[in-house]
Design a binder for this molecule. Structure first.
Ligand SMILES: Nc1ncnc2c1ncn2[C@@H]1O[C@H](COP(=O)(O)OP(=O)(O)OP(=O)(O)O)[C@@H](O)[C@H]1O
Ligand SMILES: [Mg+2]
Length: 377
């Protein structure tokens, strides 16, 4: 029987984390991290909780000392290795790529494994100010006592410097460049002075401190980075998953995990996910599986979107009919995903289903083609 969670205590901002909709990687994989820490005998960079090979195994999965670790990221091992070397150096790491290629996921996994926390995060946006990057003040205390250490509200970055941990900066290029430049002195001198405090206190970054930023190539032009700041980052491009079989396996395992996490007792419809992943790949690349040219959509058809659509289709089948999703659910879900930014995309999707899907054999492709009438006119 499903257990009902207790009502939140109004006196506490944060209810028990066991009931959280999504746990950070260090909590979700706490057992794997603890196992690796016990069996990791290799040299760790200063301030790190694990050695580089242990972090690589945590992210890419495999078998370590009798325990199978989940594969959490599909990418070239060299991307992980270069990222780890950067984090152990005096340069910060910038993960760039198309939307939905798991840049945020990789930054979360790296931070969780290297320093045990992935939540020291600044979210970049047009509204981000220097205070979000450096520090702010508790105004009640500030008015009462004047500038004091107690009245100072450290940013996640300042806390990471104090504790020798990894800070994360999501979507850094969505911030105005002059705000981004507040990072310059932190990244080069590795210190941050608080001139308002009577003693002009300076926080010196402790061993283990570094920064992982992410930037979306579609947003990048909005706010370019200064050359000075670029120089302080090593850029790593996170590419979409190259291979069909790996992408399908990832979508299947992610949906299975999301269903289990939500307590939904159903397994994903594998042939339907095959139709979904193939459609996404064909419309993303403009080339179908048989090598023929198809239309390419302007909407982003990322693996992350494929996971969301597959999850939604499975939930729809489960809660509305008691099955695990039908091709007609997929056609309807595609309308809101594939034709988001551009009405032309809807026409391209229709053409794809009418002409390409029609040529494919198999029960699910036939039903997918037959369900094209669910597309809006
Ligand atoms: N190569 C991959 N390995 C593992 N998961 C992936 C991969 N590509 C996409 N995913 C899926 O995408 C989800 C993560 O997407 P994430 O939000 O990290 O992407 P992002 O690149 O940060 O996107 P955005 O640019 O929109 O912020 C994962 O939870 C997973 O389901
Ligand atoms: Mg992201």
């Amino acid at each position: 029987m499903a257990t009902r969670s207790r009502p939140a205590d109004p006196a506490r901002l944060a209810p028990a984390s066991r009931t959280a909709q999504r746990l950070p990687a260090e909590q979700l994989y706490a057992d794997e991290l603890a196992h690796l820490a016990v069996h990791d005998t290799l040299t760790r960079p200063p301030g790190w909780q694990l050695s580089m090979p242990a972090v690589r195994s945590f992210i890419l999965g495999g078998s370590v000392a009798g325990q199978t670790l989940r594969r959490k990221m599909v990418c070239a091992p060299s991307l992980i290795e270069r990222s780890l070397v950067t984090l152990a150096s005096q340069r910060a790491l910038l993960l760039v790529g198309e939307p939905g290629t798991a840049k945020s996921l990789l930054s979360e996994l790296l931070a969780a494994a290297v320093c045990g926390t992935s939540t020291l995060t600044v979210q970049g946006s047009a509204a981000t100010t220097e205070d979000h990057i450096r520090y702010g003040w508790n105004y009640a205390l500030l008015l009462n006592q004047g500038p004091s250490v107690q009245a100072l509200v450290p940013s996640p970055l300042l806390r990471a410097m104090q504790n020798g941990q990894i800070a994360r900066f999501e979507e850094i290029t969505r911030c105005p460049p002059e705000v981004q430049d507040a990072l310059l002195s932190v990244l080069s001198e590795r210190l941050l002075t608080v001139p308002e405090l009577p003693a002009h206190d300076t926080v010196f970054a402790q061993p283990g401190f570094n920064l992982i930023a992410t930037a979306n190539t579609r947003d990048r032009g909005v706010n370019e980075m200064s050359a000075a700041l670029k120089r302080r980052f090593a850029f790593e491009t996170v590419l979409p998953i190259a291979d069909h079989v790996s992408e399908l396996a990832l979508v299947y395992s992610e949906v299975t995990r999301l269903l289990a996490q939500g307590g939904v007792p159903v397994t994903p419809n594998e042939p339907l996910l095959e139709v979904l992943v193939t459609t996404f790949r064909d419309l993303r690349q403009g080339v179908d599986q048989e090598g023929g040219a198809t239309d390419r959509l302007s909407s982003v058809l990322s693996t992350a979107e494929a996971v969301s659509v597959a999850h939604a289709v499975t939930l729809r089948g489960h809660y509305l009919r008691g099955d695990n999703g039908q091709p007609s659910d997929l056609v309807e879900a595609l309308v809101g995903t594939a034709a988001k930014d551009n009405a032309d995309d809807l026409k391209k999707l229709r053409r794809y289903i009418e002409h390409r899907a029609a040529k494919r054999t198999g029960e699910h492709w036939v039903a997918f083609h037959a369900a094209r009438h669910a597309l809006p006119q």
